[in-house]
Design a protein around this ligand. Structure first.
Ligand code: ATP
Length: 199
């Protein structure tokens, strides 16, 4: 599996649709200060389902849509796609090429797509969970994150290690099962009450 490219349109400083292709191996992106290098990393985190604007250096949803400049009109939506080579079936989907897209309109409405078909945010999270690439994984280390990791509390460090070790997925499944169990328990209690009344 490798990230073949990122397609960015209307996201932050990217007013026009831009395709950034990566080769296997190391890619360096160089450019003057403020030219949009970190915005590329932000766009990757955003597609992965990032919900915290702070983590992508914005205050609110509208900050991530291109606001215009240099004679260009503001964008109506922001759209970012990750193009992933999945020939090794790293992702458990029967697709050689995986394209994950997130689109957000001025209204704040979000859409997620897998190979151009609409999916839920939960599907994205499930797909990336345990792969080491999810939004909370440490595959995207932006400026300041190293410092934040070093100064994390023991509890936060434990969370980081759990994510890297791939056990977060099981913790999430456990929480979902406990929730389901609770609602089944409540249903059972209701049925028992009805049965008592009928006796
Ligand atoms: P540095 O090397 O200083 O870290 P950088 O190349 O990483 O810089 P970024 O932080 O990615 O640069 O980009 C900052 C630029 O993005 C700023 O010029 C800012 O005006 C622009 N920008 C951010 N959000 C938007 C937006 N919604 N619309 C238009 N431009 C935006």
């Amino acid at each position: 599996m490798y990230l073949k490219g990122v397609e960015i349109a209307g996201f932050k400083s990217f007013g026009e649709r831009v395709n950034i292709n990566f080769n296997q191996g190391i890619t360096s992106i160089v450019g003057p200060n403020g030219s949009g290098k970190s915005n590329i990393l932000d766009s990757i985190l955003w597609v992965l389902g990032e919900q915290s604007y702070k983590n992508i250096r914005a205050k609110e949803s509208k900050d991530i849509i291109f606001s215009g400049g240099e004679g260009k009109k503001p964008a109506n939506f922001a759209e970012v796609s990750l193009h992933i080579d999945n020939r090794d079936r790293f992702f458990p989907v029967e697709l050689e090429k995986v394209k994950v897209t997130r689109k957000m309109y001025q209204s704040g409405e979000n859409e997620y797509l897998l190979n151009d078909k609409k999916i839920r945010l939960k599907d994205i999270n499930d797909m990336f969970l345990d792969t080491g690439i999810g939004k909370s994984a440490y595959s995207v280390i932006g400026q300041g994150k190293v410092e934040r990791i070093i100064s994390s509390s023991n509890r936060e460090l434990k969370g980081i290690i759990e994510e890297a070790a791939g056990i977060k997925k099981f913790q999430q499944q456990k929480l979902e099962s406990i929730k389901k169990l609770k609602s089944v328990q409540e249903e059972l209690e209701k049925i028992e009450l009805i049965l008592k009344e009928l006796k």
